[in-house]
Design a binder for this molecule. Sequence first.
Ligand SMILES: Nc1nc2c(ncn2[C@@H]2O[C@H](COP(=O)(O)OP(=O)(O)O)[C@@H](O)[C@H]2O)c(=O)[nH]1
Ligand SMILES: [Mg+2]
Length: 341
Amino acid sequence: MEKRPRCPDETLKKLPTYKEVREHVLRVSEEPLALPRSVSKKALVKYYTKIDKIREYLVKNVLNPLSALRDVLEVSFYEKIAANTLPEGVSAKEVTNKLIGKIRIINKLSREYRSKIAVSFDSAEARELYREYIGRVLSIVRRLSKLIEMTNNAIFELKRTPCIDPSVPVVAVAGLPQVGKSTLVSVLSTAKPKSSPFPFTTKEIIMGHVNVGFRRLQILDLPGILDRPPNDMNEIERKALIAITEVADLVLFIVDPSEDFYYGLESQLGLLRSLKDWVNTDILVAINKVDKVSMDRVERVSRAIADVLPNTKIVTISALKREGLSELMNAMIELLNKISK
Ligand SMILES: Nc1nc2c(ncn2[C@@H]2O[C@H](COP(=O)(O)OP(=O)(O)O)[C@@H](O)[C@H]2O)c(=O)[nH]1
Ligand SMILES: [Mg+2]
């Protein structure tokens, strides 16, 4: 049987907020319960049936999604993507485990109150116990509001992150904003990311597939990264960096050689220099947009890149005009053949 990669899928759902839990609990408390005539001690049965409903709701809507989350967080890539949405120093796994622990406490309370109600003296006592139960459950959930909110931010982000198959090679397309990453990914792969003349159009990690001969690749279109230390990067840039360092088997670094390129050549060389230290994979460099610059300029840019990465392979392409793409693919395959996937 083929092993399914561990991914953020439909079992990973947003958790209900305190307000939503409270509304649900109140609805259950108020709704009339039709019990069969044969049931004796109707009032008692009524209250512990309501307890069962509340417990089932919390298992289905809170505990199950949290178990799915805990599973996904076992993959270091997703764990870092989740952590990227959390305040500094907060661990996604710790938050998840804490919430799971609290829901287990509620489950235990549910069992306790169910037994107490089952042996209660009369319906007034049963109602009192039920009220006490509701009060305790809601007070636990209310105190978890902040953690639920943080977890929902992480879940929201994870659900927008593609399912990456660890058995298929991954090429991460990196570079400054506006160099043509999205244009290239859309001409090479099944993914059709938006490209535009405005920086920071790409805010998500987008995955496309490429078939070359018998080879299948996953190619990631990433948000642009500026040439600055990771601590100064914003959440979106850091997301790109996480993909590069956690899942890439090859980094394809795109350079815009244009003289009038907004961020200039120096900052592209600066980022390339940093990437060299941040990644363990090969870096393949593609000088893009050769349709709009002179050969002389391409050669000069090429030499500057070789100064930063002396042994790296450099190809020249135009993503827009679809030039140089087969040379690029060949260079990618050659580098990926070195790894065992
Ligand atoms: N002349 C030219 N323009 C390109 C080429 N590739 C991309 N562009 C343009 O560069 C701009 C930024 O492209 P985009 O793919 O969004 O860049 P990204 O920010 O790196 O994803 C868009 O206006 C593209 O049309 C190319 O090969 N030649
Ligand atoms: Mg883009």
